[in-house]
Design a protein around this ligand. Structure first.
Ligand code: CO
Length: 133
């Protein structure tokens, strides 16, 4: 398996517009993409940083995992997305090596990507997303 890039660092926020504005004014990071992902109950804003993104995430409904994260832990880093050439291969190899998968199969992510999540329990407390563009 080869991770080809840090695809994104995802940060859970309460106020998406406010966070986008803060990143633009404070760090000069520009909005590259914005999307509501209905099945996950989130809206994301991607800010491009070199070949990677900062992904600002806010819940669109109370039962979304990001809503629960914000309620339990408050704003902050939610997960790290690593870019891979082939999500299914990377997922299988991680599971064979002992990682616990949240997604049994790769599934559609935002901006046309294919993604799968690995559980933080077997990854030193970090939720990991494998991202195939
Ligand atoms: Co992500």
């Amino acid at each position: 398996m080869a991770l080809t890039e840090v695809d994104h660092v995802a940060i859970a926020v309460n106020d998406l517009d406010g966070a986008i504005e803060w990143y633009a004014e404070t760090l000069g990071a520009q909005l590259a993409h914005r999307e509501v992902i209905e099945r996950d109950g989130v809206e994301e804003a991607l800010l491009k940083v070199a070949e990677s993104y900062i992904q600002l995430l806010t819940p669109t409904r109370d039962d979304s995992t990001v809503a629960k994260f914000l309620a339990n832990k408050g704003e902050g880093i939610h997960h790290v997305g690593y870019r891979v050439a082939d999500c299914a291969t990377a997922l299988n190899q991680a599971v064979e090596a002992g990682a616990k998968a949240i997604d049994a199969q790769p599934r559609p992510g935002s901006r046309g990507t294919t993604v799968a999540f690995l559980h933080p329990k077997t990854a030193f407390g970090t939720l990991i997303e494998l991202v195939q563009e």
